[in-house]
Ligand binder design. Structure first.
Ligand code: 7RM
Length: 635
């Protein structure tokens, strides 16, 4: 018998030991007992981190939507699969049952087929948090097309880069979206993006805000009439376990975004198993993850993990501030939410507001609270624990990444005693290692180092789309035979992990990963800018905010600095998105550089953080005099 559902600490340790002693037997039992396969695998695991090559359940055949939908119909066809809560609280929530989801996914799948989409084709999805988003994701999976969801807050340029990188044939979008009191012209953004995307022949447009948009003859088609005409039956495409399921882009510290490729069988097993245990989901529970499906958290823990367990998963279209700061808690009361999963940045923002916004609502349905996306500070942890969980709902601080596909280090609620700011223990099957600068593993407890994973798990991304070399170099070459996460961590006296943050040039702002290089590239496009460098500095709500040091060309001299700041942020918004805007921009005559010409970000970071007591080793600096100038003018 597999230990699909872990209920207490001793059981966790038993299961964990088994997962390390014999990973193949461990994962095989879970895969066998809890999923439907059209054909069994020949081999559970084949791997080599030096190539790197990782294959789980090789030879197995399946369709993930059969596991997420079809198999539940007999026993829970009338259960709500997706509970859609609109932006406007006065608009009725929509309960989509498993029976209805089956029909709507099949219709959408048939529409995609009619548009010429086949197994292996890439489909770009640029939709707001409306049911069509989840349904189109599943429709792609139904026919074996590879979905590439692009978060609908990204700009036209960012969208075009992602469309072109993986040669999407089609874009699924909407006439617009609601975001609190605002509407956003998504279709206009798509139109701009597609000027640079010759490969896209078709767009399907969902109606959401009923705006008057222009439709390009021969390319743009309204979605609804096509759906209405389509059959509600669509046989699932039978996929190999290692066939790609989706591509999802994540920022790197350099270069363009990386299209992480996730495959079918292992991803399904891992996201389902983690969902069940991390949220202790029981039949009839209502589960809500506030993320957007445009991020990995939404893929794994709004769509695939919950649906593979036959759960009810809430999709929220709006924002935490609309119509007021009580919206999250109003929804918790209204739908009697049992598991609530959000990000530290949201918690910090909510904690700044009056407690009245919380206390007005009955939160007694809550059983488990989750957080993800960045380290949660002690203060936010206690606010969440005291005011939302009323000290009775365990907080699961879940550490994981786009690349890991699923939750890696986390408490198991009611089993693992929690500790503020600690993600605690590795999930079964996960073998973390802390490494020192010389590439040696640091054993024992009360130590800190760079966080690596020694052994594959079923949901690890298999490659970067079109660039396997970059995959190897980014994740498998810093430490021999280890997957390197890019994070630093410490391990306390009982073996609990605390993630301390990125050790590379990725900055996490409000839970969004931002690489410094693409932002600097955008700034440098301004005709008055000669050079720039970005660092993070602590911010009450966002966790980190961005600080930019900018050197102007002669053409920029004497210009109005405030105006330049606006223009720089405007370029960033156009090239990347508003999430990458700089909070502070300091104009300077130079940047501290090493002799080999590398900007010493370490120093810039300390200055931006007002932590200049000890700047560390500056002996390799080519131009030490600029440091003082920068310090004198810090914002
Ligand atoms: C799921 C997600 C990944 C990066 C990761 C960390 C940071 C995520 C936590 C966290 C501390 C956490 N995917 N991170 N969760 N840091 N505690 N519980 O966020 O690809 O967008 O980001 O986020 O630095 O490497 S992601």
């Amino acid at each position: 018998m597999s230990n699909y559902h872990i209920k207490h600490l001793e059981e966790y340790y038993q299961v964990y030991r088994k997962s390390v002693r014999n990973p193949e037997v461990f994962w095989e039992e879970i895969a066998e007992e809890h999923f439907v396969w059209r054909k069994r695998w020949n081999k559970v695991l084949d791997w080599d981190f030096s190539k790197p090559e990782i294959k789980w359940f090789e030879g197995a055949k399946l369709n993930i939507t059969e596991n997420c939908i079809d198999r539940h119909l007999r026993t829970k066809g009338d259960k709500t699969a997706i509970l859609f809560e609109p932006n406007d609280p006065s608009e009725a929530a929509e309960h989509i049952t498993y029976n209805q989801l089956y029909k709507r996914v099949n219709q959408f799948a048939n529409v995609l087929k009619e548009q010429g989409i086949k197994k292996g084709d890439r489909v770009c999805i640029y939709l707001p948090m409306i049911p069509e988003l989840a349904i189109s994701v599943l429709a792609c999976a139904r026919i074996g097309a590879i979905h590439s969801v692009v978060f609908a807050g990204f700009s036209a340029t960012a969208l075009a880069t992602r469309i072109n990188d993986c040669d999407c044939k089609i874009v699924l979008t909407s006439d617009g979206s609601y975001r609190g009191a605002k509407t956003i012209d998504l279709k206009g953004i798509v139109d701009t993006a597609l000027e640079q995307c010759p490969g896209v022949k078709t767009t399907l447009v969902a109606k959401r805000i009923n705006s008057d948009i222009s439709m390009k003859e021969g390319r743009d088609k309204w979605l609804q009439p096509l759906l209405d005409a389509a059959s509600t039956e669509c046989a699932p495409e039978i996929m190999d376990a290692e066939d790609p399921l989706f591509i999802l882009y994540t920022s790197g510290s350099t270069g363009k975004p990386k299209g992480m490729v996730h495959t079918t069988g292992g991803y399904m097993v891992y996201t389902a198993y983690t969902f069940k245990n991390v949220f202790q989901y029981k039949e009839n529970d209502i589960y809500w993850c506030t993320a957007d499906i445009g991020w990995i958290t939404g893929h794994s823990y709004i769509v695939y993990g919950p649906l593979a367990n036959g759960a009810t998963t809430v999709m929220f279209e709006g924002v935490p501030t609309y119509p007021d700061w009580g919206r999250f808690w109003e929804i918790v009361e209204k739908h009697k939410i049992n598991q609530f999963y959000t990000a530290p940045t949201a918690i910090r923002a909510l904690a700044k507001e009056k407690l009245d916004f919380v206390d007005k609502y009955d939160l007694s349905s809550l059983k488990v609270l989750g957080t993800v996306g960045e380290p949660i500070n002690e203060e936010a942890w206690h606010w969440y624990n005291d005011n939302i969980g009323k000290k009775k709902s365990p907080i699961v601080d879940t550490w994981w990444q786009t690349e890991t596909g699923g939750i890696m280090i986390t408490p198991i609620p009611f089993a693992t005693p929690t500790k503020p700011t600690y993600a605690t223990l590795p999930f079964p099957g996960i073998q973390p290692a802390l490494m020192d600068e010389n590439g040696q593993e640091i054993k024992g407890n009360q130590v800190d180092g760079r966080l690596c994973i020694k052994f594959p798990w079923p949901a690890i991304a298999r490659t970067i789309w079109g660039n396997h070399k970059r995959y190897r170099e980014t994740y498998f070459s810093t430490f021999k035979n280890q997957y390197f996460t890019g994070d630093g961590a410490l391990r306390d006296e009982v073996g609990y992990y605390r993630i301390t943050g990125r050790v590379d040039d990725v900055i996490i702002v409000s839970g969004h990963n931002l690489g410094t290089a693409p932002i600097e590239d955008a700034i440098n496009e301004h005709q008055a800018v000669a050079e720039s460098a970005i660092v993070g500095f602590p911010h009450d709500i966002k966790g980190n905010a961005l600080y930019g040091y900018v050197i102007l060309k002669e053409t920029g001299e004497g210009r109005d600095h405030d105006n330049l700041r606006k223009e720089i942020n405007q370029i960033i918004t156009e090239r990347i998105g508003a999430i990458a805007k700089l909070d502070k921009i300091q104009f300077t005559n130079g940047l501290p550089k090493t002799r080999s010409g590398k900007i010493m970000r370490r120093i810039l970071r300390k200055i931006a953080c007002k932590d200049t007591g000890n700047l560390g080793d500056t002996s390799t600096l080519l131009n030490p005099e600029v440091v003082q100038e920068i310090m004198d003018n810090v914002l």
